[in-house]
Design a protein around this ligand. Structure first.
Ligand SMILES: Cc1ncc(C[n+]2csc(CCOP(=O)(O)OP(=O)(O)O)c2C)c(N)n1
Ligand SMILES: [Mg+2]
Length: 342
């Protein structure tokens, strides 16, 4: 960590800082474990890890209040853990088991929690952006003061539907924060090769949507920007864009050999910018925690993650009859809707 800039003075309490450390570490260890289970053949299908990007979602969740909503892409495990979903249920969904959030029918990209206001998990690049504006439309209509965090990537930011959404969201002053998680790659394509301008956060300007560039490896900077964006939305001023600069350490998905960048590039980010090490430095240098305190947190997290993996292995496969459940929002029994129509 010798090359890292001196840590900025934290604008949070020691307890909050420790909570950030815990929350980011949970995501990292959970994802490492998911990677192991994938390697053992226990997770099938796609699996996109969030390792490296933890400070983004943890910082933004600290700016959210009960009832606020979130919707994201297929790189979604971190978002679920950060909003308080149970690691056992998330891991069991990854292994396709009955105890998973979608009863084993959705897998990595398709989990939801009404209780935590988490609206997925979406595999189609860009498609969750209009859905996020829709959630915000409902809140505006209900006048309930809630805000929706709509996360998408730098690659998705080049999609047409994003700009149709910006237009409607600005026109109707929807309480939606568009969070562009710019991890600098869209699969194997770097931002430089795919994107005409460097500053994606300025792309709301033609629609009158303010935007801000944020250091996504610094959880405190993310929290501060998040609070500003939330206040803007709650005051009824309409949407806000946060382009959060981050980096994914692993490949695009588990099947990516990552030949489009060098090992040195990844190592440099890990050594100089890691979001978890940043908070660790703040805790130790500010004397808010000792090495032993942090070791105790590490153990606590390791136990939670190991328990989730055990649960995910032991939970049974779903029954075939599960194919017929959760098709309609209120789980209408098969045939009932047609009988009503007849
Ligand atoms: C409409 C559509 N086109 C292509 C794909 C294939 N695809 C999956 S992820 C991805 C890259 C998206 O990159 P970005 O938006 O930067 O998100 P990141 O994976 O970096 O989080 C592509 C092209 C898809 N899932 N959906
Ligand atoms: Mg990307």
């Amino acid at each position: 960590m010798a090359t890292r800039k001196p840590a900025a003075k934290p604008n949070v309490s020691a307890d909050e800082l420790k909570q950030f450390y815990r929350d980011m570490l949970l995501i990292r260890r959970f994802e490492e474990k998911a990677g192991q289970l994938y390697g053992m053949g226990l997770i099938g299908g796609f699996c996109h890890l969030y390792i490296g990007q933890e400070a983004v979602v943890v910082g933004l969740e600290s700016a959210a209040e009960e009832g606020d909503k979130r919707i994201t892409t297929y790189r979604d495990h971190g978002h679920m853990l950060a909003c308080g979903m149970n690691p056992d249920g998330v891991m069991a969904e990854l292994t396709g088991r009955e105890g998973g959030y979608s009863k084993g029918k959705g897998g990595s990209m398709h989990m939801f929690s009404r209780e935590k206001h988490f609206y997925g998990g979406h595999g189609i690049v860009g498609a969750n952006v209009p859905l996020g504006a829709g959630l915000a439309f409902a809140d505006k209509y209900l006048e309930n003061g809630r805000v929706t965090f709509t996360y998408f990537g730098d690659g998705a930011a080049n999609q047409g539907q994003v700009y149709e959404t910006f237009n409607m969201a600005a026109l109707w002053k929807l309480p939606v924060i568009f969070v562009i998680e710019n991890n600098q790659y869209a699969m194997g394509t770097s931002q430089k090769r795919s994107t005409s301008t460097e500053d994606i956060y300025t792309r709301g300007a033609p629609f009158g949507i303010p935007g801000e560039l944020v250091d996504g490896m610094d959880v405190l900077a993310v929290k501060e920007a998040g609070e500003k964006a939330v206040a803007h939305c709650r005051e009824g001023k309409g949407p806000y864009i946060l382009e959060v600069k981050t980096y994914r350490y692993r490949g695009h998905s588990m099947s990516d050999p990552a030949k489009y960048r060098t090992r040195e590039e990844v190592q440099k980010m890990r050594d100089e910018k890691d979001g978890i090490e940043h908070v660790r430095d703040l805790l130790i240098s500010g004397k808010h925690a000792t090495e032993d305190d942090l070791k105790a947190i590490d153990k606590e997290i390791k136990d939670i993650v190991n328990q989730s993996a055990e649960f995910a292995k032991e939970s049974p496969e779903p029954e075939a009859s599960e194919l017929w459940t959760d098709i309609y929002a209120d789980d209408i029994p098969q045939g009932a809707a047609m009988e009503e129509d007849a």
